[in-house]
Design a protein around this ligand. Structure first.
Ligand code: SF4
Ligand code: SF4
Length: 104
């Protein structure tokens, strides 16, 4: 066993450590309805990864979509239902299902 091999609780060799990619992949897709947004900034203040920012006309913009972790804090706390989040993984699996249906 070399230095990069990890051992789990059962004593089995785990996957060898690999260098982690520095680029963060989005896990959620944020959709905002600007006409419903009153600019209260609740979502901007509490988004843990600073995806959202105050935009022009006192409305929120999705400034860093690549940082979304799909925690849904913004969606659950927006008082005006102006924002929602979809899981990118489930979108991909839906696309796979659709393509399977088309090939049958
Ligand atoms: S919480 Fe809702 S209404 Fe408030 S700024 Fe965010 S999207 Fe707009
Ligand atoms: S789902 Fe979470 S990470 Fe994504 S924009 Fe909303 S609060 Fe931020």
């Amino acid at each position: 066993m070399n230095e990069t091999t990890a051992v789990n609780v059962k004593g089995e060799e785990a996957e060898k450590s690999k260098p982690k990619s520095k680029q963060r992949l989005p896990r959620g897709r944020v959709t905002l309805f600007p006409n419903w947004c009153k600019g209260c900034e609740l979502c901007v203040t509490f988004c843990p990864t600073q995806v959202l920012a105050q935009g022009p006309n006192a409305r929120v913009i999705v400034a860093h979509p690549e940082k979304c972790t799909a925690c849904r804090w913004c969606e659950l706390h927006c008082p005006d239902f102006a924002i929602f989040v979809t899981d990118i993984e489930s979108e991909k699996s839906d696309e796979v299902e659709e393509s399977k249906e088309k090939t049958q």
